[in-house]
Design a protein around this ligand. Structure first.
Ligand SMILES: [Zn+2]
Length: 298
């Protein structure tokens, strides 16, 4: 097992998440990543595409195939009453954030999404991904919730329902031949989406449609990268105070008003929030400001 892990890890950049796993779970995750050729958790937002046309053509039988036959996560009876499943309700409640796609090969694609917690809507969303054939056959999946380690959970299920809806919308769109004559139809659809965007609430279908999917960007993605990622380098540990000061002058910090407000609103729970830890590292927080102003270096 160990030798296989070593062989896999030579040219793939693994995520911190991977290193936090152990035993058979780590080995299985490694197998999945090896099949894909990259670790979806190690990618940045910019590595993915949000192009609607890249959503695999998942249909209802593909969902049954994956959740019932392949993973035994759900039963036929549950699927028969899928509208009462958590997975379906997570999707229609708008808890699946923007679907992000990355092509694996000519016929396969990885879909990644953040899915809000079932109970704790304000917690950092869970991260789920699936590997699917572009024609909709789901090959494997993963989620960083406890249940997701076994390839299927409500969050993966919710993503599958999101893909299924996306695929249905693609199928109901005009074909290439029809496109020319259907400009009016397209304008009508656009106007329809625009009109419902003015209503109160956040229709789940908007998580699939640009530009409305911006409403579904997980808070963590809209926040600036933690300062520790921008500042910290192993080599700086050996530098003296003066050298650190001059290094500091080379660094520029870009932060806009929206990000400031978002940091404030998403860290109100302080130590109960993971974002609070991430964003305070490297910052002079209000409670430290006085000491900073009064500290003498000499
Ligand atoms: Zn999950």
């Amino acid at each position: 097992m160990a030798s296989q892990l070593n062989a896999f890890s030579t040219n793939i950049q693994f995520s911190e998440y991977f290193f936090s796993l152990d035993g058979p779970t780590k080995h299985r995750y490694c197998e999945k990543v090896n099949e894909i050729g990259f670790d979806p958790y190690a990618l940045k937002k910019s590595d993915f595409s949000e192009d609607f046309a890249m959503i695999p053509r998942v249909e209802y039988p593909d969902i049954v195939n994956y959740l019932v036959l392949q993973t035994s996560w759900a039963t036929n009876q549950q699927m028969k009453a899928y509208k009462s499943m958590d997975a379906f309700n997570f999707f229609i409640s708008g808890w699946v954030n923007v679907l992000q796609m990355k092509e694996v090969s000519e016929d396969k694609v990885v879909v990644f999404a953040r899915v809000n917690h079932s109970q704790r809507a304000r917690d950092t969303p869970l991260k789920a991904w699936i590997l699917a054939e572009k024609n909709g056959i789901v090959l494997t999946g993963h989620c960083d919730c406890m249940a997701g380690l076994s390839e299927a959970c409500s969050h993966i299920g919710a993503m599958l329902f999101a893909c299924e809806t996306g695929a249905r919308m693609q199928n109901s769109g005009p074909s290439c031949e029809q496109k020319q004559g259907n400009k009016t139809h397209n304008r009508g659809t656009k106007q329809f989406f625009f009109n419902i965007s003015k209503c109160e609430g956040k229709p789940a279908i908007f998580s699939l449609i640009e530009p409305y999917n911006e409403l579904f960007v997980a808070q963590e993605e809209a926040l600036p990268n933690p300062l520790t990622e921008q500042f910290f380098k192993e080599e700086y540990m050996k530098l003296g105070f003066e050298s650190l000061l001059s290094k500091g002058k080379e660094i520029t910090i870009d932060i806009n008003k929206e990000q400031c407000l978002l940091i404030e609103s998403s860290t109100r729970e302080q130590s109960n929030s993971r974002i609070w830890y991430q964003q305070r590292a490297g910052r002079i927080t209000a409670s430290k400001l006085k000491s900073v102003c009064h500290t003498k270096f000499n």
